[in-house]
Design a protein around this ligand. Structure first.
Ligand code: BTX
Length: 323
């Protein structure tokens, strides 16, 4: 509810300091009894609130399972993540986001789940999404851009994630075109961009983001153990999923507004500064062929340019890259 949001905002602004029942009632504009009732509800959800006589309350611990409330606590964006649709367990957050997008929910609405029973990658591949350990979410956007530019948003998302990882863990991740975020060569993140469109008009773009946060090596299926990694494995300590999500929202919103204002060019520069594949010899496996050559860079559209041994330049729109 609105009151709940205001209450969490008040705790966010107070930081480590205590807020008295009276002060909270004033801040959110309700009775002290109403404040007390909401505080009891937060406790039931797994928030730990410390209450000190004559000082008031403060939040000392947030729940294990993600809640929209915990994410809202400290969120600084204007529209990205302002409307959170949270589920404990779903088949795929993409599916729910598609349904919501068709209902014209506000731009920036996000679907987040603690577990996906059949998370999807590209080309119908699976995305392993075990409970409580990762970030599985889908973001709904409605940019006024032509269809051909939609892939740019995948690249923009990868930049936002790299920046968020850097902010929260201090680790510098790398991007492998088009949609992998890697640390030490292992996959931490996958991004899946899907569209709802008519003719050349985009109705909505749904960006699926999967981030391995607190998995241990043995939590991954055997076939992924060498290819995948998590922030916990790389950093050595657990990472707060809520904090990571807020940071992604913040960086994403900043980049997205920049993109809408100035176009793809500034995003492209940032993307290139994090990309590992550019300048290297690689193999691009598309649906129909395998192109081997030197990655020259990406075009204004976000398309990968590869020069093969004969000097021919190929434009690759979608592929798996082997370095
Ligand atoms: P992708 O096709 O680039 O990568 C899928 C491949 O990655 C799989 O075939 C497998 O080898 C590997 N893989 C599977 N699970 C993991 C994992 N947890 N960590 C690392 N590697 C893995 C990438 O597709 C796009 C993934 C998007 C996932 C998000 S989660 C929220 C949203 N909902 C949904 O169903 N998908 C998106």
């Amino acid at each position: 509810s609105e009151l709940r949001k205001q209450l969490l905002d008040a705790f966010t602004n107070a930081g480590e300091s205590y807020l008295s029942g009276q002060r909270l009632a004033e801040l959110v504009g309700c009775s002290r009894t109403a404040v007390w009732k909401h505080i009891e509800e937060l406790r039931k959800e797994g928030f730990e609130l410390e209450a000190v006589r004559k000082k008031g309350y403060r939040i000392v611990k947030t729940p294990e399972k993600l809640t929209a409330d915990e994410i809202m606590l400290g969120l600084t964006t204007c529209f990205i993540g302002k409307n959170i649709h949270y589920e404990e367990s779903v088949e795929s957050t993409q599916k729910i986001a598609h349904q919501l997008a068709a209902k014209n929910v506000p731009e920036g609405t996000v679907v987040i789940a603690d577990e996906q029973r059949s998370g999807r990658g590209r080309m119908n591949r699976n995305w392993h999404s075990p409970k409580y350990t990762g970030i599985w979410m889908s973001l709904i956007l409605r940019p006024n851009i032509p269809l051909s530019k939609a892939p740019q948003l995948t690249l923009l998302t990868a930049v936002a994630i790299v920046q968020a990882i850097e902010e929260i863990t201090g680790i510098t991740a790398e991007i492998k075109w088009p949609n992998d975020v890697l640390i030490q060569g292992r996959k931490i993140t996958g991004i899946l961009t899907e569209l709802q469109a008519e003719a050349d008009r985009i109705h909505s773009i749904i960006i699926g983001i999967g981030i391995n946060v607190n998995q241990k090596k043995e939590d991954f299926p055997r076939e992924l153990q060498e290819k995948a990694s998590s922030l916990l494995i790389e950093k050595g300590t657990p990472v707060s999923r809520a904090e990571m999500i807020r940071s992604i929202f913040k960086h994403f919103e900043k980049l997205y507004l920049l993109y809408l204002d100035k176009g793809f060019f500034p995003i492209k520069l940032l993307w290139e500064s994090y990309a590992i594949s550019i300048g290297k010899i690689l193999k691009a496996r598309t649906l129909t062929e395998v192109i081997e050559g030197k990655a020259l860079g990406i075009t204004e559209e976000g398309v990968l340019k590869i020069e093969d041994a004969s000097g021919t330049i190929h434009h690759v729109y979608s592929a798996d890259i082997e370095l």
